[in-house]
Design a protein around this ligand. Structure first.
Ligand code: DX5
Ligand code: ZN
Length: 217
């Protein structure tokens, strides 16, 4: 698939989400951060908004669930219109079952890891996934500083994917900008979430294309 950019609407104007999706029409995905005030100390949006956005946006939705009990809720986000659903392994009781349910409903299944969560315990279940999301900030808020300490984990994840001959995307989320994206790409990431970098730019679409060019270099 090559490099893909997923602007996060967390830093967009929530009163004009359809317009904000249009503002990044060159992006491959629209990243939607679902937060429940329990798994993370912030509350954003849920299924009804995802459903509305799925109809209003041209890009497929990349739904990042930062919620407790994703086992129960994740499949519903596919029904709401998400094309990719990501659950946090720290909150998930049955990640294999949950990934299979997401796939069975027709979406891509992804597992997210907080910065300090190791990838190695999940080596044998990677084949159940379409994507691994490695957080490069503690989840909860946009605009945080990129955590360089995660770079070796990006490399190790890429090595595991290669070792098993899998076609799994590696997504990076948190503090991705023109200053940090090249390091992530060099380490083996291929899908990049960017919130504040894109939506604080004068021209969000130009920033999407700029980030992609930097990652492809
Ligand atoms: C944070 C969210 C991110 C956030 C990224 O918990 O998962 O998707 O929007 O924002 P930036 O790119 O500003 O770090
Ligand atoms: Zn996110």
């Amino acid at each position: 698939m090559g490099i893909q950019i997923a602007p996060s609407i967390l830093t967009a104007d929530f009163a004009h989400l359809a317009d904000e999706a249009k503002a990044v029409s060159d992006a491959e995905w629209l990243h939607v951060d679902v937060m429940d005030n329990h798994f993370v100390p912030n509350l954003t949006l849920g299924m009804p908004v995802v459903e509305a956005l799925a109809k209003a946006a041209e890009q497929p939705l990349d739904c990042h669930l930062m919620i407790e009990d994703p086992d129960r809720w994740a499949p519903g986000y596919v029904e709401a219109g998400a094309s990719s659903v990501t659950f946090h392994v720290e909150a998930c009781r049955a990640p294999i079952r949950t990934a299979r349910e997401i796939r069975a409903k027709g979406a891509r299944a992804a597992m997210a890891l907080r910065p300090a969560t190791p990838i190695e315990p999940y080596e044998d279940m990677l084949a159940e996934l379409d994507m691994v999301l490695l957080m490069t900030v503690e989840p909860g808020f946009g605009g945080q500083k990129f955590l360089d300490v995660v770079l070796p984990k990006i490399r190790r994840t890429r090595d595991l994917v290669t070792k098993h001959g899998l076609d799994i995307w590696i997504e990076i989320d948190g503090g991705v900008s023109a200053e940090t994206i090249e390091r992530c790409a060099e380490a083996g990431a291929d899908v990049f979430v960017a919130g504040s970098a894109v939506y604080s730019a004068d021209n969000p679409n130009e920033m999407v294309n700029h980030l992609r060019t930097l990652a492809e270099a």
